[in-house]
Ligand binder design. Structure first.
Ligand SMILES: Nc1nc2c(ncn2[C@@H]2O[C@H](COP(=O)(O)OP(=O)(O)OP(=O)(O)O)[C@@H](O)[C@H]2O)c(=O)[nH]1
Ligand SMILES: [Mg+2]
Length: 227
């Protein structure tokens, strides 16, 4: 939920996806990229990581980022614990009554072997978001672990989105809000599309908020020059 405090705007962005798809690694890599090089977004303070000895997230990870273009805009970024059995926890992170999510990044383990698990995670998200995905909550997809063998590509995942009615056909006024699908690698030494995908999600979160009053704005609502 958009929070206002002392003239500042706080948007909540959540990385969602099956266990071990790479959400925590993405957040850590994003943190390093934005800390070490001059970007439109900088981290504020340290990341808060709550994990098991195995590295799997036990509760959530959290980080705060600030826009350097619009200093009053902040992003509160969470990753959920993806392992089975943590559904109530994920629901709590995603949809606390007074703190709902403003944008979601769906992180896929791209290996074909895990296709069903990814779909299960997407269905859970759909269920918890309760018909608000795309319409009120912008969504971006990361096909992560693209450095490995036997992985799915954008077209494969687009079919899943179509099946799940998370894709607008050309001509629909919300066509512009179809999830962009990034093929990523979260490992810091390869870091592919980690910053770009976050930047786009942050941009959409701001646009939904500013021009759509919390809903997907149409092209008519958005001035040529986006913020
Ligand atoms: N090869 C490869 N390994 C990755 C990539 N991203 C993450 N990993 C590895 O995958 C494992 C799980 O990554 P995490 O970031 O902990 O996954 P997670 O989605 O946070 O998992 P949960 O917290 O259990 O939901 C770790 O060993 C990572 O190093 C990637 O793009 N490529
Ligand atoms: Mg994690």
């Amino acid at each position: 939920m958009v929070l206002y405090k002392d003239g500042k705007i706080y948007l909540k962005i959540v990385y969602w996806g099956m266990g071990a798809s790479g959400k925590s690694t993405i957040l850590k890599t994003l943190y390093r990229i934005t800390k070490e090089s001059k970007k439109d977004i900088i981290p504020i303070g340290e990341l808060q990581i709550i994990e098991k000895a195995s590295g799997a997230t036990l509760y959530f990870d959290r980080g705060l980022f600030q826009s350097t273009k619009q200093n009053e805009v902040y992003y509160r970024v969470y990753t959920v614990a993806g392992q089975r059995g943590f559904t109530p926890l994920r629901r709590k992170i995603f949809d606390k009554t007074d703190d709902q999510t403003d944008a979601v990044i769906f992180v896929v383990d791209s290996r074909t072997y895990f296709l069903e698990d990814n779909i299960e995670s997407l269905l859970e998200l759909k269920n918890i978001a309760n018909d608000r995905l795309l319409k009120e909550i912008p969504m971006i997809v990361m096909l992560n672990k693209q450095d490995l063998d036997n992985v799915i590509d954008e077209e494969d995942f687009k079919l899943i989105l179509k099946d799940e009615k998370l894709w607008y056909e050309p001509g629909n006024k919300f066509y512009i809000w179809n999830p962009l699908i990034y093929t990523s690698c979260a490992l810091y030494d390869q870091k592919k599309d980690i910053y770009r995908s976050f930047h786009e999600t942050a941009r959409r979160a701001v646009l939904y908020h500013v021009y759509g009053e919390g809903k997907a704005p149409t092209e008519i609502d958005i001035p040529q020059k986006s913020p």
